[in-house]
Design a protein around this ligand. Structure first.
Ligand code: NAP
Length: 326
């Protein structure tokens, strides 16, 4: 068990630490408002969340930053209590765009530094301000680059004090090894943010990461919002699972609380998204019960090895991460 009982944080390999639960802030702009996002960040901080997962590409960094600063101004929290994770989008992976992109995020958030900055995906796209670059025939415009060069530019951002810790997201083992074995590596990735929940347990990647002191941050820990525009809905809804429901009943907990508890109990950070005040609170009530070893094993056995987030539209990208076993 990696969890510190005092403040629900787990140590990172660079000496910093990360709160084991954070609020996810990605929401489909067609079905949720930016104000809803700001209100949710404030409810989350009032509830006790100290970790907020954001990204430039979510289009709501401004509101997230305002909400965090409002809570700091109120005296509810200090800046150093908050752990903000930002993400470097795929059109900004060329080294010369890395620092300006992070500086733009800091300006939008109106913060001096982010706690964690991660490469959102290992697949580089045509550099520029077009978030989803395609040619006139609708074909994706990919870009060839050495991810180690991106990493060196990130290391310089950490040395300049713009970010406390560096990580990656959606990296497979080979891509992690590429960074870990980089000649002259100055700062190791402290975390890898990937899909992770009882239907996609990431057992092998988790073991590899634990061996290398890399914390897994579980995205879509509740099984996503099941928007068929980007979610593989051929896998059944996680929160309807009969076994998980029965465990919830035993502890007088909801299924959402059980699946979050499963991950934190094995040292995996969770970042459930909710913009509903009751569910934001519900998702945080996971520290007052624990699953037995047998229940942990039974839940691990629910693994179907099918992703909700497959990113199949980019499967012909040379760095598409999900062709490899893990
Ligand atoms: N790095 C990446 O590539 C990547 C990819 C995907 C996601 N992420 C990050 O991970 C975060 C979480 O992932 P996600 O948004 O895909 O999915 P998720 O957190 O697994 O699920 C979110 C969905 O579950 C609902 N929900 C929340 N709490 C609930 C509860 N207690 N009971 C029932 N339903 C509940 C939410 O609706 P309400 O809002 O109405 O409660 C929303 O529809 C994102 O917001 C984002 O920050 C990162």
């Amino acid at each position: 068990m990696y969890l510190s009982a005092v403040n629900h944080r787990i140590p990172l390999s660079d000496g910093n630490s990360i709160p084991i639960i954070g609020l996810g802030t990605y929401a489909d702009p067609n079905s949720s408002s930016k104000e809803g996002c700001a209100a949710s960040v404030k409810v989350a901080i009032d509830t006790g969340y100290r970790h907020i997962d954001g990204a430039y590409v979510y289009g709501n960094e401004h509101e997230v930053g305002d909400a965090i600063r409002e809570k700091i101004a109120e005296g509810k929290v200090r800046r150093e209590d908050i752990f903000y994770c930002g993400k470097l989008w795929v059109t900004n992976l060329v080294p010369e765009r890395v620092r300006p992109t992070l500086e733009r995020t800091l300006k939008t958030l109106k913060l001096d530094y982010v706690d964690l900055y991660i490469i959102e995906m290992p697949m580089a796209f045509k550099p520029g301000d077009e978030i989803y670059p395609r040619d006139e025939d609708g074909k994706w415009l990919y870009h060839n680059l050495d991810l180690c060069a991106t990493w060196e530019a990130l290391e310089a951002c950490k040395d300049a004090g713009l970010v406390k810790s560096l990580g990656v997201s959606n990296f497979n083992r080979r891509q992690l090894e590429l960074i870990l074995k980089k000649p002259g590596l100055k700062h190791k990735p402290v975390s890898n943010q990937v899909e992770c929940h009882p239907y996609f347990t990431q057992q092998k990647l988790l073991k590899f990461c634990q061996q290398h002191d890399i914390v897994i941050i579980a995205y879509s820990p509740l099984g996503t919002c099941r928007n068929p525009r980007w979610v593989n809905v051929s896998s059944p809804p996680l929160l309807k699972d009969a076994y998980l429901n029965s465990v919830g009943k035993k502890y007088n907990k909801t299924t959402a609380q059980v699946v979050l508890r499963f991950n934190i109990q094995r040292g995996v950070v969770v970042i459930p998204k909710s913009f509903n005040p009751e569910r934001i609170k519900e998702n945080f009530q996971i520290f007052d019960f624990s699953l037995t070893e047998e229940e942990m094993k039974e839940i691990e056995a629910l693994n179907r090895n099918v992703r909700f987030v497959e990113l199949l539209m980019w499967r012909d990208h040379p760095e598409y991460p999900f062709h490899d076993e893990y």
